[in-house]
Design a protein. Structure first.
Length: 258
């Protein structure tokens, strides 16, 4: 008997994502699964029902929950939603269990197995399930576009018959997954990119520095001092965007803060 994968329309205000896109629905159907979706579940994400060629649709969320062996969700489901699942069902999504005590109790009482996608270990063999990194990359990309729309001047340098407009200088705070994507995006639409990075966040920068910053000639790094319990801190100046110098500065900070 085929496994039924259920997908509901997200109800949290401002949440436009959907747990399954048409391409994934087709791949799951090819594996023998039945994909059952609440009608218009993907509309907010601009995936009308007509694009889900290999999915079935139900007119209500209750009908999906009653049939689902596996429920995919973006936002944590409510306790009342969990109560309508079959005992022994599985839920996968961004569950935030540390902040959802009622949800955790409901899952336990209903004997539902849950997988919080934000807690999947960030290891090589789990890269295809790294939902946090994928969403952080989108956030970094969109942050620059939103900033460009909000700024009352052009981002890139423009040369016209009337003269030259200097490019904007973009400050990216943080150099994690979102920060690195923001740096790359800003570099494509501006010239000068600066980033501020806390001393505790240097691991990813040091691991990816050479690959991430070789194509950013005007990149500058500002290292934010970490203040310890005794009130002492460290003030580090701008470091030109040379990967070797960035890594040397990172090691210097680590030794000083050890």
């Amino acid at each position: 008997m085929a496994v039924t994968i259920g997908v509901l329309k997200e109800t949290v205000r401002g949440e436009n994502r959907v747990a399954i896109v048409p391409e994934v629905a087709t791949r799951l159907a090819a594996l023998g699964a039945r994909v059952l979706m609440e009608r218009n579940a993907g509309s907010a994400a601009r995936f009308p029902d007509s694009l889900y060629k290999d999915a079935s649709f139900a007119d209500s969320a209750d009908a999906v929950l009653a049939a689902a062996d596996l429920l995919f969700a973006v936002q944590p489901p409510e306790a009342g939603t969990v109560a309508k699942l079959k005992p022994g069902a599985v839920v996968a999504g961004f569950l935030a269990p540390h902040a959802q005590a009622a949800l955790v109790r409901a899952l336990k009482e209903r004997r539902v197995t849950s997988f919080a996608m934000e807690l999947v270990p960030r290891i090589s063999r789990a890269q295809s399930m790294d939902a946090l990194s994928s969403q952080a990359a989108v956030a970094g990309y969109k942050a620059v576009l939103i900033g460009a729309s909000a700024l009352d001047k052009f981002f890139p340098m423009l040369t016209t018959a009337a003269g030259t407009i200097r490019p904007a200088t973009v400050l990216v705070i943080g150099a994690g997954v979102a920060g690195l994507q923001a740096i790359a995006t800003a570099k494509r639409v501006a010239t000068a990119v600066r980033t501020a990075l806390h001393a505790d966040g240097l691991n990813m920068l040091q691991a990816n520095g050479a690959a991430a910053f070789q194509s950013v000639p005007h990149f500058h790094l500002h290292l934010i001092p970490r203040f310890t319990g005794d009130g002492k801190g460290f003030d580090w100046p701008m470091v030109p965007g040379d990967p070797g110098r960035i890594q040397a500065a990172a090691e210097k900070i680590r030794r000083a803060l050890a």
